[in-house]
Design a protein around this ligand. Structure first.
Ligand SMILES: Nc1ncnc2[nH]cnc12
Ligand SMILES: [Zn+2]
Length: 329
């Protein structure tokens, strides 16, 4: 049995494996510009975040119906469960689907077909986080939040993703204020490719409770001190960082130093179909390549539940934490 853990940084569209992409393409009559799954996998060599995003958005063309989104999420949940994920807080990118003529209702209802029965089917509890695309306008983000109103009973929070540099958090001040007023939890990608200043802005201007990535905080000792003092969780994604070249090699990843500094780090998969591994694979990689001890792995698993948005079900959180404490490697 794998170490129980929560996954807090997972883009559901980033779980689209080549096999499912071709299956959905055939089902929907969508032509993909790749001969087969091997040819598609060949394209998974990224220079940076943007080169990945280009493919990520391109492949979304195969996602058209509620059933497609349900299949995507069920496939992810089965794989995650097999790697010890007990709770998943899942990002989705509505603007990328609206732009293709797929309605928010199709996306949310489709995802919910899988998420609503995930506990029974996969033994995984779930939450849904709506992400705004930061390279789109603030007005578009606000329109998306408005369009999401009928579905807010299924949405726990908002996030911010896509191309980071040149799109600072402050651009989304108003939409985050509106989201807070609606009772939504707030997270944002910051400090993946962008500077430490974006992490500060995400905290001070957007009021985020958790920082997605936050990797570049290590360049700013004062910021690290603050993140430690305020117990702000960081959702790190080691295999993603290697594939998108935000670290030179996995062996050079600052995770061990970040844990030593007292940061509340978690380990997640980001876009596992593209980056070579799911949550358990990321844990395995930091164990074998970074030499993180079993105590450290247990700390990472514990952190994942502490950082999760389970305030509405503290009994469940306590149960998960007890599973982590009792786990025998
Ligand atoms: N790693 C990542 N960074 C920013 N936006 C994303 N969208 C999907 N994956 C992302
Ligand atoms: Zn991400």
């Amino acid at each position: 049995m794998p170490l129980p853990k929560a996954e807090l940084h997972l883009h559901i569209e980033g779980t689209l494996e080549p096999e499912l992409a071709f299956e959905l393409a055939a089902r929907n009559g969508v032509r993909l510009p790749y001969a087969d799954t091997d040819a598609l996998r060949e394209a998974y060599r990224f220079e940076d975040l943007q080169s990945f995003l280009n493919l990520y958005y391109e492949l979304m063309a195969v996602l058209r119906t509620e059933r497609d989104f349900a299949d995507l999420a069920n496939t992810y949940l089965a794989r995650a469960a097999a790697q010890g994920v007990r709770h998943a807080e899942i990002f989705f990118d509505p603007q990328a689907h609206l732009a293709r003529g797929v309605s928010l209702g199709t996306v949310v209802e489709g995802l919910w077909r899988a998420l609503g029965s995930s506990e029974e089917n996969h033994g995984v509890s779930t939450k849904l986080i709506l992400c705004f695309l930061r390279d789109e306008s603030a007005e578009s983000a606000m329109e998306t939040l408005e369009a999401a109103r009928p579905y807010l009973d299924r949405i726990t929070g908002v996030g911010l993703d896509s191309a980071e540099v040149g799109h600072p958090p402050v651009k989304f001040r108003e939409v985050y204020e509106a989201a807070a007023a609606l009772g939504l939890r707030r997270v944002a990608h910051a400090g993946e490719e962008g500077p430490p200043e974006y992490i500060r802005e995400a905290l001070d201007v957007l009021g985020v409770e958790r920082v997605d990535h936050g990797l570049r905080c290590v360049e700013d000792p004062e910021l690290v001190e603050r993140l430690v003092r305020e117990r702000i969780p960081l959702t790190l994604c080691p295999l993603s960082n290697v594939r998108l070249r935000t670290v030179d090699t996995l062996a050079a990843h600052p995770l061990p130093a970040m844990l030593d500094a007292g940061l509340l780090c978690t380990v997640n998969s980001d876009d596992p179909a593209y980056f070579g591994g799911y949550a358990g694979d990321n844990f395995e990689a930091v164990h074998t390549t970074l030499g993180l001890s079993r105590d450290r792995l247990r700390e990472l698993a514990r952190n994942s539940f502490l950082a999760s948005f389970l305030e509405d079900d503290e009994e469940r959180r306590a149960r998960y934490l007890a599973e982590v404490a009792a786990y025998e490697f």
